[in-house]
Design a protein around this ligand. Structure first.
Ligand code: SF4
Ligand code: FES
Length: 248
């Protein structure tokens, strides 16, 4: 199949950027969007032109680095699928496909399709860890946790930090991400000991760089890990709880 690609090119964060059009031929419908970009880059390098910059690591829906915006939708047309697993069969032969970086005020473009999503890392650094001193906590399996509770914690722990939810939100909010990261730790006995500090610091870091929840709900529709909307309710509950039970 053949596609016409309109791809965002931007030299750096001070450049205003523009779309550049490319024709790519002899594509297989089973190829991923990233494999198509690999093919295009080979073509560009062969012609002595600069390759398009984009991020990827695992290419297996695990690492969350590959997020791009395809035809206006974070990750691409297939719902709940990361950019690295989006297949070209979603497009008809001869189609024009627009590819741009994940758009969000908190994600400045570094180059072409590469964005700086360090704001999400700063939310984690603010409290998304377990910092109990070694030797003070019992063995993790010394406290039994119900199967359903573990399964629910894993639903939230599935977040891969891709940032698609932020890009889909009209307010550029990171509440689904932050809610997932707070909730999976709150549901387990040892990490729950620090739940109040965690909610206080992570919410403050989130509000520092990201917008408020728009109540729009688009975040869950693009989330490749199906993180449930209840993550947002859980975040609000933890935020309220931390006000009444401060430990800092
Ligand atoms: S909640 Fe979903 S969309 Fe948002 S960062 Fe996590 S995996 Fe990506
Ligand atoms: S490259 Fe890791 S999730 Fe896509």
């Amino acid at each position: 199949m053949k596609l016409t690609l309109q791809i965002w090119r931007q030299a750096g964060d001070t450049d205003s950027g523009h779309y550049e059009t490319f024709e790519v031929d002899q594509l297989d419908a089973g190829m991923s969007i990233l494999e198509m970009l690999d093919r295009l880059n080979e073509q560009l390098l062969h012609e002595g032109k600069e390759a398009i910059a984009y991020d990827s690591e695992c290419r297996e829906s695990i690492c969350g680095t590959c997020g791009i915006n395809v035809n206006g939708r974070p990750h691409g047309p297939q719902p709940h699928v990361t950019s690295c697993m989006q297949r070209l069969r979603s497009f008809h032969d001869g189609a024009t496909v627009r590819i741009e970086p994940l758009r969000a005020g908190a994600f400045p473009v570094k180059k072409d399709l590469v964005t700086d999503r360090g704001g999400l890392d700063r939310i984690i650094a603010a409290g998304g860890t377990v910092s109990l001193m070694a030797g003070t906590a019992p063995d993790s399996d010394a406290i039994s946790v119900g199967h359903d509770q573990v399964e629910r914690a894993l639903d939230f722990a599935a977040c891969i930090g891709c940032g698609a939810c932020v890009s889909a939100c009209p307010n550029g909010a990171a509440v689904l991400f932050t809610g997932a990261k707070i909730t999976h730790l709150t549901m387990l006995p040892i990490p729950a000991i620090e739940r109040n500090e965690r909610a206080t610091y992570m919410v403050a870091a989130m509000e520092d760089e990201f917008g408020p929840c728009s109540l729009y709900g688009e975040c869950v529709l693009v989330c490749p890990q199906n993180v449930p909307l209840s993550a947002i309710g859980s975040l609000n509950k933890e935020r309220l709880r931390s006000l009444f039970h401060p430990r800092i």
